[in-house]
Design a protein. Sequence first.
Length: 61
Amino acid sequence: MKTASEYRKHAEECRVLAKQVPEGEQCNQLLEMARTWDNLAIERERLVRNHPELDTSKSPT
């Protein structure tokens, strides 16, 4: 399962791409994808907060 930081990275990639296309449907879709990735990051953080054993961001010791 991806980490919240990985989801945020995808969101940023979508925002960068959105800046490279003209305003319109494609730009709007990329920005919507960024919002979805951001929401997934928030949900992942909430899940890990409630279930720390699911935290894959830390390597096992």
